[in-house]
Write a protein that binds this ligand. Sequence first.
Ligand SMILES: NC(=O)c1ccc[n+]([C@@H]2O[C@H](COP(=O)([O-])OP(=O)(O)OC[C@H]3O[C@@H](n4cnc5c(N)ncnc54)[C@H](OP(=O)(O)O)[C@@H]3O)[C@@H](O)[C@H]2O)c1
Length: 226
Amino acid sequence: MSGHTIAITGANRGIGLELVRLFIARGDHVIGLCRRAGDDLPATGAEVIDDVNVTSSDELRAAARRIGDRHINILVNVAGILTSEDFDGLGDPEASDRILRQYEVNALGPLLATHAFAGHLATGSKVALITSRMGSIADNDSGGQYGYRMSKAALNAAGKSLSLDLTARRIAVGIFHPGFVRTEMTGYNGQLEPAESAGLLAERIDELELDNAGRFLHANGEVLPW
Ligand SMILES: NC(=O)c1ccc[n+]([C@@H]2O[C@H](COP(=O)([O-])OP(=O)(O)OC[C@H]3O[C@@H](n4cnc5c(N)ncnc54)[C@H](OP(=O)(O)O)[C@@H]3O)[C@@H](O)[C@H]2O)c1
């Protein structure tokens, strides 16, 4: 598939930047949404829209205005943050702030972004939410990581509702874990290079249809438990 218009949040680095590169290489027009572009994103040939903090409805609406009357075939919500909060540190007010910030960026951000760009989506459009396996309650066998786990579980809940609401408009929503990927977020630890993860995510996005929407999938295609 090529010739699509694809909007990606968190496009400035990591998995988002590799998705930009992958779709550009396929011949798509990519709109890279970011807070402030470094050198790498403009070098891809993407259309860059900056000043887009996903927690700001105003900035998201301004970005939507810059897209004008163009149609978005695929919206990929990638932007996210990770901090660590263990049980013993929960009395620290800064831990509460970090938990709330992750909720804002990881759960509320993709929901606000999907709403802000909804006017550009139409029958046949797709929305991908890049979540984490750490948002799975059933799969949690190591505890801790309160803010990240809570924020991604909340994103999964939002993704299910979005899927039901947008299916009525013939728009398919998928909820995807990218794998354990070597990016700044993980201190460059992980099992996959960002480009490998982007390749697997693109396969899941290609497969995404109304008939299989609303599922929580690993980038490798495995169905993950909620
Ligand atoms: N890496 C993994 O192993 C892994 C595993 C599971 C899930 N994920 C998820 O995959 C997604 C991408 O992660 P990554 O590993 O590529 O991380 P990354 O390299 O840290 O990149 C995160 C991206 O999100 C952007 N971002 C952060 N806060 C934002 C905000 N408030 N508004 C707009 N953009 C914001 C960053 O923008 P700036 O460039 O401006 O900082 C950056 O482009 C995240 O949702 C993450 O939770 C990653």
